[in-house]
Write a protein that binds this ligand. Sequence first.
Ligand code: XMP
Length: 177
Amino acid sequence: MRQNMSVLIHRDRIANRVRELAMEIGSAYNGQAVVVIGILGGAFVFMADLVRQADFVSQVDFLWLESYEGQKSTGKIKVRQEANVDMQGKDILILDDILDTGLTLGFTREYVLNQGAKSVRAAVLLKKDRENVDPALAENVGFTIPDKFVIGYGLDYNGKYRHLPDICVMEPEKENL
Ligand code: XMP
């Protein structure tokens, strides 16, 4: 582990919470099968773990968005790859790694509804504890964390560290990459 990183959420806690989230989301859908859309790049690990424990998945697809440079949001969303699945009349569950400013989930919820979805719900593993973010953006939240930059379990710093099994805090401005 690098000196400027410390473990915030250990892999065992993540595994337990993801299992609980799969059950919480399943009971919200009450046995109904839905289309799951993961937001890339960050959601791939969370999504892989969650869908394999879920009893509510009919199809899985991805929407690849970009909004971050280093540790900062650019404030703009760039679509790198559209989802392919037909969303018309379908119930859509969006999965993302983290809810920070809400820009990404706000954009994605609108995107999904514009594709003709019948309903939309969102689940995130992490939510940063910050003000002025609409709590209705994510119906299911794994952990609320301090407003710090985190990496691991799919989350990156400039494309690095996504493979780390624990969620770690990266201290700002100390990274000599
Ligand atoms: P917004 O601000 O749109 O943020 O709610 C959601 C997206 O921004 C990225 N993000 C982070 N990525 N560590 C990361 O590696 C962080 O602490 C962090 N905060 C936001 C992430 O891509 C997420 O989908």
